[in-house]
Design a binder for this molecule. Structure first.
Ligand SMILES: Nc1ncnc2c1ncn2[C@@H]1O[C@H](COP(=O)(O)OP(=O)(O)OP(=O)(O)O)[C@@H](O)[C@H]1O
Length: 372
């Protein structure tokens, strides 16, 4: 197919391509009833002139946390005008000004001017409004770990939670959303006792749940018959392997594009294979970019080794080559395993049978290419 044909080709296999967008709000949102109930319970006091219960929402990537928060906020706002619910993406908003500008925007419909106004004025205006209108404020901080730097988290949480000291009667609460378990401890360390939260856990989806979510998305996104049961099952397995539902949703979009570019009315196995290989190299580059120096060094040693190493000899090699400590080795190994770059298998040998074999889950050549 020539470029012109691609551009002019108006037949599509997508019924609604937006269904595969990252910010798409699925109408069918299953398997999270108990978490949504938990959130509702924590918001409820604010409907009766009380204060919302501060909450930590915890779960690994793509377990539906953001979707749940957005859905529940929408429901709250439909039910009552006593609570202002504000969602803040902390990847995008990392300063006090930018965060309070988001809250300002939510309340007044526009952001405050970027220059000339100190954050204290924006803050005052927000709190005064809550006090005058007798409304509670609930802020959801998504990916809140991005505020760990400069201890911004403590400042911002303090601003929100201590509002009642200056503005008596003002009721505020917050939801902190975290996607890595290890951040749970960092949160306790970084935030004063003003924040004593309840926890709501989003466990990983089971295979059947992923299959069901993907089939729902297929029904919205593609015309009937475009994607077969077998391909859907394969995409589900891929999600389980990668550990991320978002990848599966994205993979379907890419498959669809590849299918269309090949003027196919259905998605075939070869389209899926091509999409997978695109995705794999992209993902790997991204993952490896996020590693620290010690983690990269450890991964390099593993991928360059011609034999499967056990943890003892690997640790020795690592310390000799890098001069990092044994504790750093342990942490780096844990991180690589968490990211599913390696597997560790107990051999039953060593001290108390604790020796482990370290197995690379990826093609060493691909890893080395990305580590350059
Ligand atoms: N129960 C569900 N039903 C339908 N779609 C879902 C469900 N759970 C998650 N999704 C979809 O999976 C993708 C990821 O969900 P979401 O962004 O809510 O996860 P998250 O836990 O906030 O992820 P992260 O921690 O990476 O920000 C979205 O496209 C969302 O629509």
């Amino acid at each position: 197919m020539g470029i012109e044909d691609i551009l002019l080709h108006d037949e599509t296999i997508f019924q609604d391509i937006n269904a595969f967008n990252p910010d798409y709000m699925p109408e069918n949102y299953n398997f999270r009833d108990s978490q949504m109930e938990g959130m509702a319970m924590n918001i409820r006091p604010a409907l009766n002139n009380g204060r919302p219960v501060n909450t930590v929402v915890l779960g690994s990537c793509a377990t539906g946390k953001t979707t749940a928060i957005k859905k529940i906020f929408e429901m709250v706002e439909k039910t009552s005008n006593k609570i202002l619910c504000c969602y803040v993406n902390c990847q995008l908003h990392t300063t006090r000004f930018s965060i309070f500008a988001q809250i300002h925007k939510k309340i007044f419909g526009h952001a405050p001017p970027e220059t000339g106004i100190p954050v204290s004025r924006v803050y005052e205006k927000i709190m005064q409004h809550l006090s005058d209108e007798n409304k509670a404020l609930l802020v959801a901080f998504d990916d809140v770990d991005f505020l760990f730097q400069n201890n911004m988290i403590n400042k911002v949480f303090y601003d929100v939670l201590r509002a009642y000291e200056e503005y008596p009667g003002v009721k505020t609460g917050l939801f902190a959303i975290l996607s890595e378990l290890e951040f749970r401890f960092a949160l306790d360390k970084n935030v004063d006792t003003v924040f004593i939260p309840q926890e709501i856990l989003f466990p990983p989806y089971t295979r059947n749940e992923i299959l069901s979510i993907l089939s729902d998305r297929v029904k919205v996104g593609f015309y009937p018959g475009v994607i077969s049961e077998e391909i859907l099952e394969e995409i589900t397995d891929y999600c389980i392997d990668i550990g991320d539902l978002r990848t599966g949703i994205d993979l379907m979009r890419v498959c669809g594009n590849i299918g269309e570019a090949n003027a196919s009315k259905t998605i075939e196995n070869k389209h899926l294979e091509e999409a997978k290989s695109n995705n794999k190299s992209l993902k790997l580059v991204e993952t490896l970019k996020s590693l620290s120096k010690s983690e990269k060094a450890l991964l390099k040693i593993i991928s360059n080794s011609s034999e499967v190493l056990n943890s003892g000899s690997l640790s020795k090699l690592f310390m000799e080559e890098t001069r990092f400590s044994h504790a750093t080795f342990g942490r780096a190994l844990e991180k690589l395993e968490f990211l599913r770059l390696i597997d560790t298998k107990f051999t039953g040998k060593g001290v108390r049978g604790n020796s482990r074999q370290i197995i690379l889950r990826l093609d060493p050549e691909a890893v080395n290419k990305c580590l350059l």
